[in-house]
Design a protein around this ligand. Structure first.
Ligand code: NCD
Length: 347
């Protein structure tokens, strides 16, 4: 499925709308209509920088549509999106549900606790049964790394990875890139520091891949027990203290300790962790004056981030959630074969 399968004769966007975002793109980069989008979104690893920019540009259009009094467009009318959530989720699941509905798709969400998984059904059998109802897009969140890829290999519907174990969370990285781009004008050349449980975090992995593809300089900071052995191989600067990592940062991204994936503190208590690695106003003073603070949620206030920083003027945490909806609309739209230059004509 490419991006040019929708009717190309319909109205295109005005010039000012197509130029809404840049992301460090140069004049030599291909026009949006020349970039093809893959059939599935399993990870950032398999996306080219142009495809990432295509998502961000398409998401800009959907953000504008989401600010209208009537937020619904007919782009995915007649399409069916099934959300398969085998792990807890608030933001991601709601975001995919609203995204599908705003595109006029029929959306069905299934969670592990209310599905036949509790009766012993395998992922493959669940997927085959859902497939038999001929959905167009399957969105999956699962505790096992590789679950989305597995589904993509066995299903003819387009598959979106909404988080697979400690592996990847591509839509989170894309919404984070959109948030940075909207706040800073570009991602290229920025210094981004990611602090917390780098080792068990799919958000860290997808963000490192995405931000580097867009030309950012990425540093990570964590105690040794929460740092992956291969961190340097990901092309990032590794710190075992937060202070040097924060110096001169444009973007500070805080992460939760993934206790459900074996993330353990090497300190006696969460209070001790906060003392060593928590983002406080004082520590934030080490970053650039205009640095922004991000967190994918769910936040643990007083563990990785102080409440006044989370709610402070530099926090873009709720912007991330708003952008998440636009990014997920863009992903569903592109996977359904939508033409990015015709977003406006669907309204
Ligand atoms: C993250 C996740 O599920 O990976 N949350 C999210 O999708 N917004 C981060 C986390 O759970 O810490």
């Amino acid at each position: 499925m490419g991006v040019t399968t929708m009717d190309p004769t319909t109205t295109t966007l005005p010039d000012d709308a197509t130029a809404a975002s840049d992301g460090g793109s140069a004049a030599s980069e291909p026009a949006a209509e020349d970039v093809t989008f893959p059939e599935n979104l399993v990870g950032i690893r398999t996306l080219e920088a142009d495809q990432i920019r295509l998502v961000l540009d398409t998401a800009e259009h959907f953000r504008a549509i989401s600010e209208r009094p009537i937020k619904k467009v007919p782009a995915l009318r007649g399409k069916t999106v099934v959300n398969l959530f085998f792990e807890p989720s608030t933001r991601t699941r709601t975001s995919f549900e609203i995204a599908g509905k705003r595109l006029s798709a029929d959306v069905q969400s299934i969670s592990a606790s209310t599905s036949s998984v509790v009766k012993g059904e395998t992922l493959l059998d669940t997927a085959r049964n859902i497939e038999a109802m001929l959905p167009d897009i399957l969105v999956i969140r699962h505790a096992s790394a590789g679950a989305a890829d597995f589904l993509a290999k066995h299903c003819s519907a387009a598959v979106v990875n909404a988080g697979d174990g400690a592996h990847e969370h591509p839509t989170q990285a894309l919404l984070d890139a959109l948030t940075i781009q909207r706040s800073k004008g570009t991602v290229a050349g920025l210094r981004v520091v990611i602090v917390g449980d780098i080792g068990h975090s799919r958000v860290a992995r997808s963000n490192i891949l995405c931000l580097r593809k867009l030309g950012a300089e990425v540093a990570v900071a964590a105690p040794p027990t929460l740092m992956p052995a291969e961190a340097e191989a990901l092309g990032v600067t590794v710190h075992h203290r937060i202070e040097p990592a924060l110096e001169g940062a444009d973007v500070v991204m805080m992460l939760r300790i993934q206790v459900e994936r074996g993330g353990k503190l090497n300190v006696p208590s969460t209070a001790e962790y906060f003392k060593l690695f928590g983002l406080t106003e004082r520590r934030l003073g080490l970053a650039r004056d205009d640095a922004i603070v991000m967190h994918p949620g769910p936040m643990n206030r007083g563990v990785e981030i102080a409440s006044d920083v989370a709610d402070g003027p530099r926090s873009v945490i709720l912007e991330q959630v708003t952008n998440g909806l636009a990014v997920r609309m863009a992903i569903l739209y592109l996977l359904a074969g939508g033409n990015p230059t015709n977003v406006e004509s669907t309204a």
